[in-house]
Ligand binder design. Structure first.
Ligand code: KIV
Length: 287
């Protein structure tokens, strides 16, 4: 599989071919993603909840993100990977934003970065673009500012809120973002954004009328158990399968059913010299 470039992604938009996009945080799942032929990977700061066990994305650090990006890149060398800038890595200044975006590319090996916010991060988007780095904007429900939004709540459901979302979308494109992700807004609002903007528009929980879909892999395969957002379709339910496998493993150890001969290495040659060796040690260690 050949890695997609911005040229391929824009061509897909032009030709109406939808982009498939999913999160990944480690090497094995990144490899499964690449084997499945999924177009893009997001190393989301959702890694904080999915693999680090935090109850939000707030504590996630740049170093953790870089670590996970490196693992994903090793597992999926031929997939377009987007690194997600964590809280604190771009909010304070344009310089911070540019410096940390550069770290994502140089150390994390990603192809592009994503940052949350609309009008409020326009100058950050510009600063990162000026470094020659591909930028994904992210508007609608923006989990890093869920405190201000009053929780993980869908946006754009009233006319006033829809106006806010539309203004953010226009500002992100105007600032020079190459792509836009819209999270948890009604499909009617997504369709309007898709109509107004020239850059590719992707959805997570924002319906079908756009250029592609993103989901968090752990929701999609039933691995994340804390909660399941309304917009998730489960394509597998692996948590009970894994728990059942671990239970059987534990039971078999206790019952002496594992390991058996087929799981053991065997001595090379005749066993007799080994028995003589063991007898020698039995004698040496007699108490
Ligand atoms: O961190 C993440 O996975 C994300 C998605 C929720 C869009 O930002």
């Amino acid at each position: 599989m050949k890695k997609k470039t911005i040229i391929d992604l824009y061509k897909m938009k032009e030709e109406g071919e939808k982009v498939s996009w999913i999160t990944s945080y480690d090497s094995p799942f990144a490899s499964f993603t690449e084997q499945a032929g999924i177009d893009m990977i997001l190393v989301g700061d959702s890694l904080g909840m999915v693999v680090e066990g935090y109850d939000s994305t707030i504590p996630v650090t740049m170093d953790q993100c870089i670590d996970h990006c490196q693992a994903v890149r090793r597992g999926a060398p031929n997939t377009f990977v987007v690194g997600d800038m964590p809280l604190g890595s771009y909010q304070v200044s344009d310089e911070d934003a540019a410096r940390n975006a550069i770290r994502f590319l140089k150390e994390g090996g990603v192809d592009a970065i994503k940052l949350e916010g609309g009008r409020s991060v326009a100058s950050r988007i510009r600063a990162i673009r000026n470094c020659g780095i591909l930028v994904f904007g992210h508007i609608g429900l923006t989990p890093q500012s869920s405190g201000v939004l009053g929780g993980h709540k869908a946006q754009g459901r009233t006319v006033a809120s829809a106006r806010d979302v539309l203004e953010d979308a226009l500002a992100v494109e105007e600032a020079g973002a190459n792509f836009l992700l819209v999270e948890a807004v009604p499909p009617e609002v997504t369709a309007e954004i898709h109509k107004l903007l020239h850059i590719p528009v992707y959805s997570i929980g924002a319906g079908a009328p756009c250029d592609g879909q993103l989901t968090i892999f752990a929701d999609t395969i039933g691995m994340f158990q804390a909660f399941t957002p309304k917009f998730i379709k489960k394509y597998a339910n692996i948590a009970p399968i894994v728990v059942e496998a671990f239970k059987t493993y534990s039971d078999e150890i206790k019952a002496g059913l594992f390991p058996t001969d087929e799981h053991c290495y065997h001595v090379i040659g005749d066993i007799e010299p080994f028995n003589e060796l063991f007898a020698e040690y039995d004698k040496k260690c007699q108490h």
